[in-house]
Design a protein around this ligand. Structure first.
Ligand SMILES: *[C@@H]1O[C@H](CO)[C@@H](O)[C@H](O)[C@H]1NC(C)=O
Ligand SMILES: *[C@@H]1O[C@H](CO)[C@@H](O)[C@H](O)[C@H]1NC(C)=O
Ligand SMILES: *[C@@H]1O[C@H](CO)[C@@H](O)[C@H](O)[C@H]1NC(C)=O
Ligand SMILES: *[C@@H]1O[C@H](CO)[C@@H](O)[C@H](O)[C@H]1NC(C)=O
Ligand SMILES: *[C@@H]1O[C@H](CO)[C@@H](O)[C@H](O)[C@H]1NC(C)=O
Length: 392
């Protein structure tokens, strides 16, 4: 017994002695151990667990947490000027980051692999809003369920289709105002079997609408791109609620199968090159929350099926199914649309647009001048005739 205690004491003294003689750097593992112990105790005594230390370190290296942030999983704590938001799961002993959202990133932000890796294990949702100078992360966590990027990655000329195609577990993909280089949408969606919500808007996306979609898509927004060709029957096989194909170069007739998609609530086909008779009746159109077809100069509606009161912004059809064109009101609204369209383009076009408006002003003035001149002349003639009669 005494032998044992002696041994114990000598051991502890040795240890404490070695503690004292340690250099500062050697202290660190011991301190880390204490830190973990402290965290464990904290876990037991408090209701929610602390964040995984590896992930905490990664977040700190991103400088999106201030040094005073105690619990980054607590939304009140990360409500600071950096405007990045973090959400965590409720696992124990450690919580993990499940979603990360960057907004208005500073130009110094970067996301190197060593930072993203400890986060990738648990990260399900990643989003970037207005991070133009950021480079897209080289290795996106392929387990992501949701990826959003809006007005970001501009100095790298945007994103490639192949880059996005790797995210096979996505249910939600939202890319807006970022150029995408790819030979077609099929490249991106080929292996994304779980995707339910798809937005690729204002991204210079070219090619056709794919021959087939994975069947769980309910939300499609492909507006303001360079898509060509017709609306394929692949669209009819979805349980769709939202379809926005506006602002592309799609052509052909508007397929009647769209009216058979019972769940459809939002349909926008504006500003394309569709032609022929709109195959929808008034009750279908009224049942939608949103419907837009204007800006398709070859498209017309059958006035026996759809009342002009619906104000669709397209001409009624003649008996051959061609737009009746002699309507001054219609012409006005089309030119308005064209102006708006040009406003949407790059800033470079703005100057030209101004000039055009200026010119229009000029011609309006000329018309007004001529009108005033002519009417004065008519009044003068009438006056002279009356004068002559009075004198005579
Ligand atoms: C974040 O902070 C701002 C003021 O700094 C406050 O107006 C806003 O309500 C806060 N948001 C949340 C979610 O706490
Ligand atoms: C995608 O999800 C499935 C099921 O949740 C999972 O088994 C698979 O490992 C995931 N794939 C990737 C690449 O994360
Ligand atoms: C589509 O969704 C249903 C129900 O959520 C699911 O059972 C099915 O596996 C999904 N299909 C694909 C291809 O992911
Ligand atoms: C209108 O179109 C829908 C969808 O094609 C159809 O189910 C409905 O019967 C039509 N209603 C009328 C009054 O023709
Ligand atoms: C308009 O609808 C009526 C009634 O359904 C039909 O008889 C007519 O042929 C249609 N006109 C055109 C141009 O499609």
């Amino acid at each position: 017994m005494t032998q044992l205690t002696k041994l114990f004491f000598s051991n502890t003294t040795k240890q404490s002695l070695s503690f004292l003689t340690m250099k500062r750097q050697q202290w660190q593992p011991q301190l880390q151990l204490l830190f973990y112990l402290f965290l464990l105790i904290a876990t037991v005594s408090s209701s929610s667990s602390p964040l995984d230390p590896k992930q905490l370190k990664a977040l700190k290296s991103l400088k999106i947490l201030t040094t005073t942030t105690k619990d980054p999983c607590n939304s009140n704590d990360n409500n600071n000027s950096s405007s990045s938001t973090i959400t965590c799961d409720n696992a124990s002993p450690f919580r993990h980051v499940t979603s990360l959202s960057f907004k208005n990133c500073s130009s110094s932000l970067s996301l190197p692999y060593r930072t993203l890796k400890p986060l990738s294990e648990s990260l399900l949702s990643l989003s970037f809003h207005n991070c133009p100078s950021l480079s897209p992360p080289k290795h996106l966590p392929i387990s992501l369920h949701s990826f959003t990027a809006v007005s970001s990655f501009h100095h790298r000329n945007g994103l490639s289709g192949v880059y996005l195609a790797r995210l096979v577990n996505l249910t939600n993909l939202n890319i807006s105002s970022i150029p995408i280089s790819t030979s077609g949408l099929y490249v991106i969606l080929g292996n994304m079997r779980k995707v339910t919500s798809l937005t690729i808007s204002n991204s210079r996306l070219s090619g056709n609408i794919p021959k087939s979609f994975h069947s769980n898509l309910t939300y499609i927004d492909l507006s303001k791109n360079l898509l060509k060709g017709t609306i394929r029957t692949s669209v009819s096989l979805l349980e769709l609620t939202h379809l926005d194909l506006s602002g592309n170069q799609l052509n052909g007739t508007v397929p009647s199968f769209l009216s058979e998609i019972k769940s459809l609530k939002h349909l926008n086909l504006a500003d394309n090159s569709f032609h022929g008779v709109l195959p929808f009746n008034a009750s279908f159109i009224k049942n939608l929350d949103f419907f837009e077809v204007r800006g398709n100069s070859g498209l017309c509606y059958n006035h026996t099926v759809v009342s002009s009161k619906l104000n669709l912004g397209i001409a009624p059809c003649d008996k051959y199914g061609l737009p009746l064109s002699s309507q001054p009101q219609k012409e006005d609204s089309t030119s308005d649309d064209e102006e708006e369209e040009e406003d949407d383009y790059d800033d470079d076009y703005e100057g030209g647009n101004e000039n055009e408006k200026e010119e229009q002003h000029g011609s309006n003035k000329i018309v007004l001048g001529v009108a005033i001149g002519l009417s004065s002349l008519v009044f003068l003639i009438i006056f002279l005739i009356l004068l002559a009669r009075w004198c005579g």
